[in-house]
Structures are given as C-alpha cells and as structure tokens.
Design a protein around this ligand. Structure first.
Ligand code: HEM
Length: 223
C-alpha cells in the first residue's frame, strides 16, 4: 500500500516538473509567436523561427521538449487509469467535492491538447522537417524559410481560427489547475502561500490563453 502511494507521489512529482518545464516552453513559444503581430513584414518572426530552427543548442533542446511532453502525458494517463480503478473502493465524497471543478477534467482537457498538438505539428513542424516551407523572396532575408506566411495562410481560415481559439481556452483551464496542483505535488503548498499560488495560477492561465488567442484572431481580422 505504502509502496503504491510512494510511487504515485513520485509520478506526480515527475509529472509536475515536466509540466512546469512545458509551461516555460509555452511562454517562449508565445513570445516568439507574438512577433507575428508586431511586424507587418513577418521578418522578426522568421528570424526568430530561423534561429530556433537552426541553433544547435535549441535543436538539442527540442528533443528534451518532446521527451517532456511524452513523460507528462504518459504519467498523466497512468495516474488517471489508477484513479479510475481505485474509485469504486473510495466513497470519500467530501474529498471529491473539494476538488476544483476543472481538476476532474484534466485528462479530458489534456487529451484535447494532445490532439491539437498532433494537428499543430503536422501543419508546421512536419512541414519544416519535410523542407516544404516556402522561402522568402527578395530583401535581406531572401532564401530563409517563410514560416510566418504559412501561419498567416492558416489563420485566414475561419474554421481553423475557431479550432485554435477553442483549444487555447481549454489549454487555459488545463493550466489553471495544473499550476496550483504542481505546487501541491512538489510539496511547496505552504498554507500561507496558497492564496498567492491560486492567484498566480489564474494569472498565468489567463495570460497564456488570451495571449495565444490574440494571434489567430488578429491575423484573421487585421492581416
Ligand atoms: C497561435 C498559436 C500558435 C502558433 C502561431 C504556433 C506556431 C508554431 C510554428 C510556426 C511552429 C514551427 C516552428 C518551427 O519549427 O520553426 C510551432 C511548433 C511547435 N508548437 Fe506551436 N504555435 C502556437 C501554439 C502552440 C501551443 C498552444 C502549443 C502547445 C500546447 C504549441 C506547441 C508547439 C510545439 C511542441 C512545437 C514544436 C517544437 C518547436 O518547433 O518549437 N504551439 N508552433
């Protein structure tokens, strides 16, 4: 029993570390993507994307990132299955009702984000690996991959924009619970700081969700 408890706490610990690492990635990714909005030629974004796509350190890091996603998702699924299997034996209604509303949906929001990732990577990352991204013609950046134009083309499609916006709202709900839960799992939930962690959680979730949403919406309406 204690062995099982210990191993599930260890899993939560690792999952939380991987999750916080993914959060760092999201902040970097968001910052680079926002360049698309602040520069009409798309040059800034393309230079940043080119740097991220060619710098050897970042290239190596990409595998750490994919590993982080894999570990986070794998442990999430295992914990959820263990939780489902344990449920009939547990009649602790109070504990369940104390869970925040969205915490019950982490696996569902997680699966939606995973489906989004598969589509997202197919649309951009796989195209880059496959060498089918159009090149910039003319100017100082001639010959460089024009990832920006690929993004803008995608976001001229209303259905695609709606899909992205929906997923980003769901991502916000996922992060809102994930962040406070990570602090819990890492044993950093000193009662004194709980209100602050909760506040920070909402803040990060809103910044990331709204931040990502502005990109397809602004491109659709203003580019
Ligand atoms: C408006 C929102 C977004 C835009 C415009 C966008 C755009 C892009 C582009 C253009 C690439 C290819 C970069 C390259 O390889 O040169 C990429 C890669 C990637 N995106 Fe996004 N993305 C968005 C949101 C997200 C979100 C919310 C996630 C995670 C939940 C995500 C996860 C990834 C991952 C894992 C990669 C592959 C790693 C990398 O190339 O850095 N993206 N994205």
């Amino acid at each position: 029993m204690s062995m099982k408890l210990y191993s599930s706490l260890t899993k939560k610990y690792i999952m939380s570390l991987a999750g916080l690492f993914l959060l760092m990635f999201l902040l970097v990714h968001l910052t680079i993507n926002l360049l698309l909005l602040f520069d009409d030629s798309g040059g800034l974004f393309n230079v940043a994307a080119h740097f991220m796509g060619t710098n050897p350190i970042i290239q190596a890091f990409q595998w750490v990132l994919f590993g982080g996603f894999a570990i986070h998702m794998l442990i999430g699924v295992i914990l959820q299955i263990q939780n489902w299997m344990a449920r009939p034996k547990r009649y602790n209604k109070r504990a369940i009702s104390e869970e925040s509303y969205f915490s019950k949906f982490m696996i569902h929001t997680g699966i939606i984000i995973f489906i989004f990732l598969v589509i997202h990577l197919t649309d951009f990352f796989v195209k880059k690996i496959g060498g089918v991204v159009p090149e910039i013609t003319g100017g100082e950046l001639a010959g460089m991959e024009n990832m920006g134009i690929l993004v803008v083309e995608k976001f001229k499609n209303g259905g695609y924009v709606l899909f992205y916006v929906t997923v980003f709202l769901i991502l916000g709900f996922h992060l809102d619970h994930a962040f406070q839960s990570a602090f819990q799992s890492l044993g950093l939930n000193n009662n004194k700081y709980t209100p602050f962690i909760k506040w920070l959680s909402h803040f990060i979730a809103i910044v990331i969700s709204i931040g990502f949403i502005t990109i397809p919406v602004c491109i659709y309406f203003f580019k």
